[in-house]
Design a protein around this ligand. Sequence first.
Ligand code: NAP
Length: 258
Amino acid sequence: MFFGTCPTVLFSGTAFRILFKTHATMRPYIICHMLGSVDGRIKQNIWGLKDHHKYFEEPAAKIKADAWLVGRVTMQEFASKKNPPLPPGRARVPKEDFVGEHSAKTYAVVIDPSGKCRWDTNTVSTEHVIEVLTEKVPARYLAHLREKKVSYIFGGAKDLDLNTVVKKLYKVFGIKRLRIDGGGHVNGSFLKAGLIDEFSLVLAPIADGTIGSPTTFEAEEGYGKRKATRFHLKSVKRIFGDFLWIRYTVAKNATAGS
Ligand SMILES: NC(=O)c1ccc[n+]([C@@H]2O[C@H](COP(=O)([O-])OP(=O)(O)OC[C@H]3O[C@@H](n4cnc5c(N)ncnc54)[C@H](OP(=O)(O)O)[C@@H]3O)[C@@H](O)[C@H]2O)c1
C-alpha cells in the first residue's frame, strides 16, 4: 500500500524513462469498418436501399471505440453546409496542436490536410471534432477552428505521417480504440501504413459495377513493391436478411497467399 505517496517517486530513473517512452510510442487499436458491395464499391448512389444508414451504423455501434475517423470527402457530408467565411484580416496563430473546450467523451476525427472542412459547431452527433492538418493550412483557417472550439493536431509539414497522427490521438486525447469509417482513400492510406488491426465489413448483396467509383481500400495505383494485406477470419454473421457482417483480424507479417 502506498497511501499518501506520489506514484512517480516510486519509479527508478530507468523505470520512469521506460514508462514515459512507452506512453510516447503508444497508438490506438484500429478497426476499419465499412459497408461494401460484392465488388468492393462503397458509394450507395444506385443501391436503392431504404433507410440506408442503418446497414452501416447498427453494426458500427456494436464496435467499442473512443473515436471514429474519416477522410475529408466523407466528413464534408457532416461539416457545415453554409461554408462560413474565414475570419477577416491577418491571423497570427502558431502552428501548434490545439484542444478546443468540450465535454464530449468520444471523438470524430477528420483527415483534412489542407483545411477544407468548415464548421458551425465543434460536435458531430455526440462526438467532439478533431481536425488532422498539415502545416500548409493558412493561419486564418486555424483562427476559424479556434473560434468554433474545434480541436486540431498537426500530422506533418506538407504530407501526413499517419504514425505520428495516431500516436498524438492516443497521447493528447486518450483515444485507445479508433474506428476508421472510410472513405476508400483514407482506409487505403491507413492500410498502406500498416496501421489497421481489424477489418469489419458489412457485405451488401449488391453488385454495383461503377468503374472509377471508390472501393473499400484505395491505397495506390498500379502494381509496385507493396504486397496485399492478408486477414484471418474472426467471425461472420448473417444480418438484415441477405447481408453478411464479416470481421477479420490483420495477419501481421504475412502477405496474401502465405
Ligand atoms: N459504404 C461505406 O461504408 C462508406 C463509408 C464512408 C464513406 N463512404 C463514401 O465514400 C465516399 C468518399 O470516399 P473517398 O475515398 O473518395 O474519400 P475519403 O477517404 O473520405 O477522403 C479522401 C480525402 O481525405 C484526405 N486524405 C485521406 N488520406 C490522406 C492521407 N494519408 N494524407 C493526406 N490526405 C489524406 C484527402 O483530402 P484532400 O483531398 O483535401 O487532400 C483525400 O482526398 C463518399 O461518397 C462517402 O459517402 C462510404
